[in-house]
Design a binder for this molecule. Structure first.
Ligand code: HEM
Length: 120
């Protein structure tokens, strides 16, 4: 089941390019390639593991802090197997504090192998 977490990189890319992208069912949307380029944002599962990685040099001590850090400063910890500098560094400025909080709260609840959490 596709949840909000899978769609976030697409939504983020739209925000980054500041234009809505076509997503018709007849034509494959170029943004679908982002699925392979970005990690699954199952942060309820991943964030605690990232923080414990000996290579982790960030300052987060909790899952919400790690997500916040990843959004405002994506290069602080680069997920193994994914490129550095692909994720735009602008989301900390482009998203309002309220939007950022909702994203952080939501992604904190996303767990590997579990159905997507409800959007409140
Ligand atoms: C508002 C939109 C976005 C949010 C909230 C977001 C959030 C995150 C988070 C939390 C991580 C860390 C994942 C982990 O450790 O498990 C991450 C990593 C990553 N994101 Fe995003 N992302 C967004 C948009 C994008 C976009 C548009 C792209 C690509 C064009 C992208 C590419 C990546 C890549 C390649 C990584 C892994 C490398 C790294 O750790 O920097 N993200 N993102």
């Amino acid at each position: 089941m596709i949840g909000f977490a899978e769609r976030l990189p697409f939504l983020g890319a739209q925000l980054f390019f500041e234009e809505p992208r076509a997503n018709s069912s007849e034509e494959p949307c170029p943004d679908t390639y982002l699925v392979e380029l970005t990690p699954k944002l199952e942060e309820g599962t991943n964030a605690p593991t990232r923080i414990k990685d000996p290579g982790y040099k960030g300052t987060a001590h909790s899952t919400p802090e790690y997500i916040m850090e990843s959004v405002v400063s994506p290069s602080t910890y680069v997920v193994k197997g994914f490129p550095d500098n692909l994720m735009p560094k602008v989301f900390g400025q482009k998203l309002s504090a309220g939007a950022l909080k909702k994203i952080v709260d939501y992604l904190s609840q996303v767990k590997a192998g579990a159905p997507p959490p409800k959007i409140s």
